[in-house]
Write a protein that binds this ligand. Structure first.
Ligand SMILES: NC(=O)c1ccc[n+]([C@@H]2O[C@H](COP(=O)([O-])OP(=O)(O)OC[C@H]3O[C@@H](n4cnc5c(N)ncnc54)[C@H](O)[C@@H]3O)[C@@H](O)[C@H]2O)c1
Length: 427
């Protein structure tokens, strides 16, 4: 199993090197001012279809191809295109993404597959000379994050965007502006949280298995992507999020979004060390990934970042506070006020009067931009999208360090996490 994965990463590095030299890359067409951006998607499942609803509305863009290992997705995705008022009759469908990538007139590919397949789809897309929008978390492992970053650097003529959409929002633009204009002073701690609840007896994320989800309608080996061969398992296929082989749990589902926001606001690199505790406490439904999580990330220059998450209480929604000697940035989404009981969302800056007596409270008002349309515009302009591959890499490393610390039950530096990741993958 491990050999297959290693071989894939080695091959990937070689093919993108050739690509960078311009030797084997199929050249994508040059877009004229009136040409529509031709999009394909790998994995139009739950998130993929959400993305399609946004991308299909992007000015001057159209879907021309779909790749998925589960037949049912093709009709669902075509219906979505038709419902948006676009023409789905010429949209091509593929059960092998590599066949889709051979299309000469395909400009950009959206990857919305399960986490453990991102690196393959990421690297194959760039090797085929297409622009790429890859859902977060960029990869399933540290090793893959490094390989994908290297592949993107070698294919530097390609536009790469990552599905960290908070970094296109108004609460990102204002917060970065406040941080850049020295309103914070010395920042030693950022605290973040994300919480949900579900009816007791019903585990968060558990999806029903559709009647047609069987071995005849799913290319199971392609889903496994190098994991040990076994008989078709509909639960693992649909509920892959609950298992380490395919997922990183809530750290790669949600922490990555908030850490991505913070990295962008404060220009952070990768953590020096991570510690994560928690467990499967809310619903013992056979899942492996924890539902209760407390993460501590140490960053260089005396900064500690904490993130906590629960699936048994949603009162405080999602939030982040950057705590500085001269002021605080607060970003809240659906957080309930203790006194009024009202749920509030918004973002603001508040001065620390002790060190910043003239400072004033500022309410955030920036509008932000449509993250998905930003990517399509970048395919035209060849600019870097709001969520770059570097952001994808740094946020992925933080997430994997945290998860590996949890699985090893010890605090890990980046080097120790790399080693732990290799050990776990070779099991
Ligand atoms: N940015 C966000 O806010 C956000 C929100 C939700 C999910 N996501 C991310 O989107 C991704 C997909 O999540 P989801 O909930 O849509 O999963 P899903 O299981 O609903 O969809 C995944 C799709 O990929 C297909 N697939 C699986 N293996 C494949 C392969 N080898 N080749 C081609 N297709 C394959 C499946 O058949 C399915 O249609 C995950 O990485 C998840 O973290 C991002």
């Amino acid at each position: 199993m491990t050999l297959e994965r290693r071989d894939f990463l080695k091959q990937a590095a070689a093919s993108t090197t050739l690509g960078a030299l311009g030797l084997t890359l199929p050249t994508s067409r040059v877009l004229g001012a009136n040409d529509r951006v031709r999009l394909g998607i790998i994995g139009p499942g739950a998130r993929g279809q959400e993305l399609m609803r946004d991308f299909v509305k992007a000015p001057n863009a159209e879907f021309v191809a779909l790749a998925d290992v589960y037949n049912a997705r093709f009709d669902q995705a075509k219906k979505l295109i038709t419902n948006a008022g676009a023409d789905a009759s010429n949209v091509k469908t593929f059960t092998d993404h590599r066949k889709m990538l051979e299309m000469k007139d395909l400009d950009a590919v959206i990857v919305a597959t399960p986490l453990h397949t991102h690196a393959r789809h990421f690297i194959d897309t760039l090797a085929a000379g297409k622009d790429l929008y890859c859902e977060k978390t960029m990869t399933w492992s540290i090793e893959e994050a490094e390989a994908c970053l290297a592949a993107a650097k070698k294919s530097s003529n390609r536009v790469v965007g990552i599905g960290l959409q908070h970094n296109s929002a108004g609460y990102f633009a204002d917060s970065r502006e406040w941080a850049k204009s020295n309103k914070l002073g010395t920042v030693t701690h950022a605290e973040m949280w994300m919480s949900r609840n579900s009816k007791r007896g019903v585990g968060q994320w558990v999806r029903p298995i559709p009647a047609d989800c069987n071995a005849n309608n799913v290319k199971w080996d392609a889903f496994l992507n190098g994991r040990s061969k076994r008989a078709f398992d509909a639960n693992k296929f649909i509920n892959w999020r609950l298992f380490w082989e395919f997922s990183g749990g809530n750290v790669t589902e949600n922490m990555v979004h908030q850490i991505g926001w913070l990295i962008g606001v404060l220009d952070l690199g990768v953590p020096t060390a991570a510690y994560m505790s928690g467990g499967v406490f809310s619903e013992k439904d056979g899942r492996e990934v924890p539902d209760t999580i407390a993460v501590t990330l140490d960053y260089p220059n005396d900064l500690v970042v904490t993130w906590q998450s629960s699936f048994s209480n949603s009162r405080y929604g999602l939030g982040a506070r950057i705590l500085g000697s001269h002021g605080t940035i607060e970003w809240l989404m659906g957080t309930t006020d203790m006194v009024s009981g009202r749920a509030g969302s918004g973002w603001n800056y508040a001065p620390e009067k002790l060190n910043n007596p003239d400072g004033v409270v500022v309410k955030g008002e920036a509008k932000g931009v449509n993250h998905y349309h930003n990517f399509v515009e970048c395919v035209r302009s060849r600019k870097e999208p709001n969520s770059s591959v570097e952001l994808g890499y740094r946020s992925a490393i933080a997430a994997h360090m945290a998860n590996l610390s949890y699985r090893k039950k010890q605090r890990l530096t980046l080097d120790e996490a790399r080693q732990a990741g290799r050990q776990l993958a070779s099991r």
